[in-house]
Design a protein around this ligand. Structure first.
Ligand SMILES: Cc1ncc(COP(=O)(O)O)c(C=O)c1O
Length: 408
């Protein structure tokens, strides 16, 4: 197969020389993608169950994204938010249709979307809850890498190096309504939650928790923020994961799959918290015509090609394969997730070894922790992709089972 644009340069060595050491990368250089597959610089093909970390909801180089981007790039790429821009408004209109009329603010990433949500919640607290500013978020959550979103992230390992972090964030155990209630004080402005925790290892909240949060926010005049950055855009089989529970947030954040791989973020708000005025918040790039054209194509394709239903059906089929594999291999268990957002628990910290073996067999997987294997494939996945992935995963697990470390 083609190895577009690659020659025999040593990309790993060049990266080491020219790129900062922030990433622990798998030892492959990816050069081309199509649908559910990617190719490396050596011409090897991989079935992609990482999808750019839940970004490529339509797979790689979907014709709708190609067409939208190719057309838009000949019309208008960027103008700033000093002017009205048709694509931005059209994308916001599409998202309003998915949210019963919420209004959008577009940024460039998930962390920025959450920054916007934090600012909006603080403004609400200042105006409508006697100056309250504190945000309660969940242990084991992940909300981004800026300082405020790091403070909101409930994982000590992400925070330790960066103290002092911005004030006004507090974490409580996930899915524990009593803990949220006990932590609420006169200072509390908002509750921030991933309905399905992503980086934390794919943990769906319970219906009681989500509905309880909604009721608590109504009772206490708090703002409910759902971070849908990983679980949104149809990944769980609904456009937004809160829709499984009928627990509508006041503010929603999105990014990842929203423009099918083109960088974008969005912070949406319902009427109660729609209180930003000119000058409160801003961005140079956010919502530019190119990103929004891709976003329009991604949202329309998800709806028109029935990808929510596909995510539901394929999610069930993949789960049946995972159940069977967990029954056969003693070192994996507890399959969990929602739609095409799944994980299994891995004993003996073997997750990264399984990832390496899968890579060798042509399957891209990802571990969020030494004991967690995550699968977040594109929503265009087919049954035959799943059959193939299950076979590749089985081969990888068989390799690992033969290693002494798996036999303890
Ligand atoms: C739930 C959640 N929120 C926020 C973020 C941060 O998004 P970004 O990396 O685009 O800033 C992520 C990224 O993984 C995420 O999964």
């Amino acid at each position: 197969m083609a190895t577009t644009g690659s020659n025999k340069r040593d990309w790993a060595a060049l990266e080491h020389q020219y790129y900062q050491g922030t990433f622990k990368r798998q030892p492959v250089t990816l050069v081309r993608g199509e649908g559910t597959r990617v190719w490396d610089s050596e011409g090897r093909v991989y079935l992609d169950f990482v999808a750019g970390i839940a970004v490529n909801v339509l797979g790689h180089c979907h014709p709708a994204i190609i067409k939208a981007v190719q057309h838009q790039v000949t019309q208008l790429v960027h103008v700033s938010n000093l002017y009205y821009s048709t694509r931005q408004i059209e994308l916001a209109e599409l998202l309003a249709m998915q949210t019963q009329g919420m209004r959008s603010f577009f940024s460039n990433s998930g962390a920025e979307a959450n920054e916007g949500a934090i600012k909006l919640a603080r403004k609400y607290g200042r105006l409508r809850r006697n100056g309250a500013y504190e945000i309660i978020s969940m242990e084991n959550s992940f909300h981004g890498r800026t300082l405020a979103t790091t403070a909101a992230t409930g994982q000590a390992s992400y925070q330790a190096t960066w103290v002092p972090l911005p004030d006004g964030f507090k974490q409580v155990p996930f899915d524990d309504l009593q803990a949220v209630k006990a932590a609420t004080s006169a200072k509390t402005a908002a509750i921030l939650v991933e309905v399905v925790q992503g980086e934390g290892g794919i943990w769906p909240a319970s219906k009681e928790f989500m509905q309880g949060l909604r009721a608590w926010c109504d009772e206490q005049n708090l703002v409910l923020i759902c971070d849908e950055i990983q679980a949104g855009m149809g990944r769980t089989g609904k456009f937004f994961s809160w829709q499984h529970y009928d627990a509508r947030p006041d503010i929603v954040t999105m990014a990842k799959g929203l423009a099918g791989g083109v960088p974008i973020g969005a912070m949406l708000t319902g009427a109660r918290t729609d209180i930003f005025v000119p000058g409160d918040h801003g961005t140079t790039f956010g919502g530019n015509p190119l990103a929004c054209a891709a976003g329009i194509a991604a949202v329309r394709t998800i709806i028109e090609e029935n990808l929510l239903e596909n995510a539901t059906q394929m999610g069930k089929y993949w789960r049946s394969k995972l159940d069977a594999l967990c029954a056969r291999y003693s070192f994996i268990d507890s399959p969990r997730g929602s739609g095409l957002m799944n994980a299994v628990h891995v004993k003996h910290s073997l997750a990264s070894i399984i990832v390496q073996q899968a890579l060798a067999h042509g399957l891209l997987l990802n571990s969020t922790a030494p004991d967690t294997l995550r699968m977040i494939p594109p929503l265009i996945l087919t049954r035959s992709d799943i059959d193939e992935a299950a076979e590749l995963l089985e081969r990888s697990l068989t390799d690992v089972a033969a290693m002494p470390v798996a036999q303890v």
